[in-house]
Design a binder for this molecule. Structure first.
Ligand SMILES: Nc1ncnc2c1ncn2[C@@H]1O[C@H](COP(=O)(O)OP(=O)(O)OP(=O)(O)O)[C@@H](O)[C@H]1O
Length: 925
């Protein structure tokens, strides 16, 4: 489709040269003299005072005033009286162009607003021409070619062209070729001809073909691949261009230079008929018009100038003819080589841009006036543009070629597609693999965190269990101490009790203090562990699939849950360990107490029957003292302090001991730690005794006799008998497990914590058999058979075995009732099923034969703590009296405690294993 188009005319005003600038008036000086050529003559002359002035005023919208009126200068002129007839009158001619570029406008901006719009057409098959016109030295070459540092329109155009070709290379094949020529003295010269090839005489010939194309015969065509290459080519061509210094321009181009860029574009998919678009972009740097008088050229330069002027005159005539509808039928293109070359650029199928270069000062007043008038005329020229489409019909041979090309293209596309798919698959596979690797790494990290923290956290939990037990113990001990202190003045027995309990409490506090550090570290580790697992759970990767975060979350939750389970197990182990150790200590102490009770009873009986036994009171006293020493030794070893080391200062309560009244009902106390301190009931009105001392607290107002009122602390046998009869002390005896064994379903009384002990009823199991000796009573206490063994009164070497129950498993031999406070659950006893005396008349202790069954123990009056020698793996054996009348070798309780891995060092200062030893090894999954 044809489009009507006008020549786009832009005026570029170059900056004043240094020579001009030096002669321009200072714009701030209002007293400057009037200057100018002052003539109306056609010939320009130097200004009156050797000074120039600006002769162009312009606006950005393209309006321009040539030789504008200067009111100030005129006023000065008139003031000075210079107004003779024929004096200078400002031309003040107004023009309107498509663009006016001031001196400050850059090359790039000139390109953007003049040539760039042509490029859209070039790739669509529309021809385009850009030419620079103007007087010599006005900036044509600068605008078209520029300098290496500030390239002109050619470089900017080619850079843009190659970029656009690159953008459409998928769809089109674009061939670019260029030629560069000059018209010098009406001869066409090839500026790109290979070196050494002589130029034809008279220059290259111009041909015009039937398709209205002008071609130069024999012109070299080069195929550039990028803008830089073009720039190099143009610079090389410019170097070969005829240039000579003239008076007006030191680097004056003495020829017209024409760069022709041919662009042929064909679609990449060829059909039977190929539709190619062909376009030519011509970029022309004309030689400058010159006035011979101004240039002062002589000889050759003058001939050059004449030829230049001739061709420019021909161009002007063509432009005039093109603008005149009357003369449009005949345009004198043939008058010069230049107009012949520009024939289709000016009046044919071409979009044309004319960049008119002018100087800004009055030094070029006339040239500038002519140029602007010329340009104003040129903008009237109308061209008709149409798309240059070439339909190439193929003959048979070309079909084969086209098919081959198509096949090649199909192959190329298939390979590309396959490559892309392979790349995509590879990329997806790599992404997945990376994601899986990252997820696995994160999971491993979570697992590693667990492994790293497990030991500390489990140790902490075990310690927490131990500490909880210690705290519970401490609470009980402190309550008891408070109770003792509340009683006022202390008797020696209470002082002893207080000292021992304080000592145990101090040891316990020390342990808790030490454990606090472990607990704190475990707590820090737990916080860090939870935080780190949380962070690892929240980790995200760009290329992870959706399941990855869920997987991580699950992994973290599992690890946290496993850790919590392990911690709970260890805390339970810690508690169990503390409880077992505690139970064994209790068993040891109760055993000790029971035996002591029995022996004291024996002593009392012996005192009663001094004449029969033939023993002296002194001997009995010695034995009793031995009991004290052995007990002290045991105290030292079990709780770390002995009664002897306490050195009581209080009054003795011994002489005030008296028997409690007959109980109202049978009541039992449970055998929990809290009940160790069970005291006689006050409500009975009887004097109370302490379980852990031989005397009751000598409280005033409770019916106790003051020890001072006793005739002697150490009674003679007769007195002792009297005292024994009179006082018939009743002890708060722990429950007889035999009762439980007799009927396991019998509900067990509640274990009562210390604060409620005062109100608790208690009674000896044998209150209805008051004549039964204390020794016999002691046998009814069900104690850990292993922890109880009778020792020789004098030395360990003279020990005699009393029973065999020590062979049983250490943990299974704890006969002490284990029950929660206030929990009415039946007591657990280990040996209950083996008690042969269940339901057979008088209850018997399961720990050994009854008094009638067993040999007399006169030779073993003193209780001896003996260890159990059995291994943990040994099965529970029936009580000794069922198994064999022969008694096994007795072992000391200390040994038993040593062999037990559950006794804590704080309580047992002998070489036993710590809670973290193998027996307490966590049972992790
Ligand atoms: N816009 C411009 N900015 C800076 N310098 C310019 C500008 N235009 C021209 N000049 C300078 O003016 C001088 C003359 O310019 P140029 O050679 O391009 O003129 P010309 O019109 O090509 O002259 P001729 O017709 O004689 O070849 C050069 O030194 C050039 O660098």
């Amino acid at each position: 489709m044809d489009n009507a188009a006008s020549i786009n005319v832009a005026v570029r005003i170059r900056p004043p040269s240094a020579w001009e600038a030096a002669r321009l008036p200072d714009p701030t000086d209002s007293t400057r003299p009037f200057f100018g050529d002052g003539q109306l003559s056609a010939q320009a002359r130097p200004t009156t005072f050797g000074q120039f002035r600006n002769i162009i005023a312009y606006e950005e919208d393209g309006s321009l005033i040539y030789d504008p009126m200067d009111p100030q200068a005129e006023a000065i002129y008139r003031t000075k009286g210079y107004l003779p007839p024929g004096t200078y009158r400002y031309k003040h001619r107004k023009y309107q162009y498509d663009n006016v570029f001031g001196p400050h406008i850059t090359q790039k901006e000139v390109f953007e607003r003049t040539t760039k719009p042509l490029l859209d057409g070039i790739l669509d098959g529309y021809n385009g021409t850009v030419f620079a016109y103007g007087a010599t030295g006005c900036g044509k070459t600068h605008t078209i070619s520029g300098t290496p540092t500030d390239p002109g329109i050619i470089y900017a155009t080619m850079a843009e062209l190659f970029q656009r070709i690159d953008e459409r290379k998928e769809d089109y094949t674009v061939d670019v070729s260029l030629s560069f020529l000059e018209i010098y003295n009406e001869e066409i010269r090839d500026l790109l001809s290979p070196a050494g090839v002589p130029a034809p005489r008279g220059g290259l010939a111009i041909r015009e073909d039937s398709a209205n194309r002008v071609t130069v015969v024999g012109l070299t065509e080069v195929v550039p691949t990028n803008a830089d290459e073009v720039n190099t080519i143009v610079q090389a061509g410019n170097a070969r261009r005829t240039q000579s210094p003239t008076h007006a321009n030191a680097t004056s181009s003495r020829s017209h230079a024409v760069l022709q860029v041919s662009v042929i574009q064909s679609p990449r998919t060829p059909g039977v008929t190929e539709e190619r678009t062909v376009a030519t972009l011509s970029i022309i740097d004309l030689a400058g018009s010159e006035r011979a008088s101004a240039t002062k050229n002589m000889g050759k330069r003058m001939v050059e100038g004449a030829n230049i002027n001739k061709s420019l005159l021909a161009l002007g005539n063509c432009i005039n003819a093109l603008c005149e509808p009357r003369t449009r039928a005949h345009i004198p293109y043939r008058n010069s080589k230049l107009t012949r070359l520009l024939k289709f650029s000016l009046g044919g199928n071409c979009r044309t841009v004319m960049i008119v270069c002018v100087a800004p000062t009055s030094a070029h007043l006339e040239d500038t006036g002519n140029t602007l008038a010329y340009a104003n005329r040129a903008k009237e020229i109308k061209t008709k543009v149409s798309k240059n489409i070439m339909d190439v019909d193929r003959h048979v041979g070309q079909y084969v070629e086209a098919i081959n090309r198509l096949n090649d293209e199909v192959r190329e596309l298939k390979a590309k597609l396959a490559g892309e798919m392979a790349m995509e698959n590879e990329a997806v596979r790599r992404r997945r693999a990376n994601a899986a690797k990252a997820v696995e790494a994160a999971r491993n990290e979570i697992r590693a965190l667990a492994t790293k923290s497990r030991t500390m956290l489990c140790t902490g939990s075990f310690t927490a269990g131990n500490t909880a037990a210690s705290n519970a113990k401490l609470e009980v001990i402190r309550a008891r101490l408070k109770q003792i202190e509340a009683g006022g003045e202390l008797t020696s027995d209470l002082e002893t009790e207080k000292a021992l309990l304080s000592s145990v409490a101090t040891a316990e506090e020390e342990v808790i203090k030490k454990e606090a550090d472990t607990l704190s570290r475990a707590s820090n580790t737990a916080a860090m562990f939870t935080t780190n697992v949380g962070l690892a759970q929240k980790r995200k990767g760009e290329d992870w699939d959706e399941s990855a975060p869920a997987l991580l979350k699950m992994e973290g939750d599992v690890v946290l849950a496993e850790m919590r389970a392990a911690q709970a197990e260890h805390e339970r182990d810690g508690l169990k360990n503390a409880l077992t150790g505690q139970a064994q200590v209790i068993a040891a102490l109760v055993g000790m107490l029971a035996r002591t009770n029995a022996l004291v009873g024996d002593g009392a009986r012996m005192l009663n029957t001094l004449s029969e036994s033939g023993t002296t009171p002194e001997e009995i006293a010695t034995k009793l003292q031995t009991i004290v020493e052995i007990n002290d030794k045991a105290f030292s070893e079990v709780i770390g302090v002995s009664t002897k080391s306490v050195a009581p200062t209080g009054k003795t309560a011994f002489t005030n001991l008296s028997a409690p009244p007959a109980p109202a009902a049978r009541k039992r106390t449970s055998f929990t730690g809290a009940n160790i301190a069970v005291r006689p009931r006050q409500s009975t009105g009887a004097r109370r005794t302490s379980l852990n001392g031989l005397g009751s607290p000598g409280r005033r107002g409770h019916g106790f006799k003051s020890p001072r009122k006793q005739s002697s602390m150490r009674p003679n046998p007769a007195n002792a008998r009297k005292v024994a009869e009179k006082k018939s002390v009743r002890w708060a005896v722990p429950i007889d497990p035999a009762a439980d064994l007799a009927d396991p379903t019998t509900p067990t009384p509640k274990a009562t914590a210390l604060p409620t002990i005062e109100s608790q009823e208690w009674e000896d199991d044998r209150t209805d058999d008051s004549s039964t000796s204390a020794a016999e009573a002691s046998t009814s206490m069900s104690l850990d058979a292993a922890a109880l063994s009778w020792g020789n009164s004098n030395s360990a070497s003279a020990q005699k075995p009393q029973d065999q129950s020590g062979d049983q498993d250490p943990e299974s031999k704890v006969l002490i009732t284990l029950k929660e406070e206030d929990e009415p659950t039946p007591r657990r006893t280990v040996l209950g099923d083996h008690n042969p005396s269940v339901g057979k008349g008088r209850r018997k202790s399961i720990t050994g034969p009854t008094r009638s069954d067993r040999p007399r123990r006169r030779s073993s009056l003193i209780p001896q703590l003996s260890p159990r020698h059995s291994s943990a793996s040994k099965a529970v054996e029936p009580p000794a009296h069922r198994k064999s009348p022969k008694k096994p070798k007795r072992n000391s309780l200390l040994g038993a405690l040593s062999s037990s891995r559950m006794i804590r060092p704080s309580l047992l200062k002998i070489g036993v294993e710590t809670p973290t030893s193998t027996s307490a090894k966590p049972s992790w999954k």
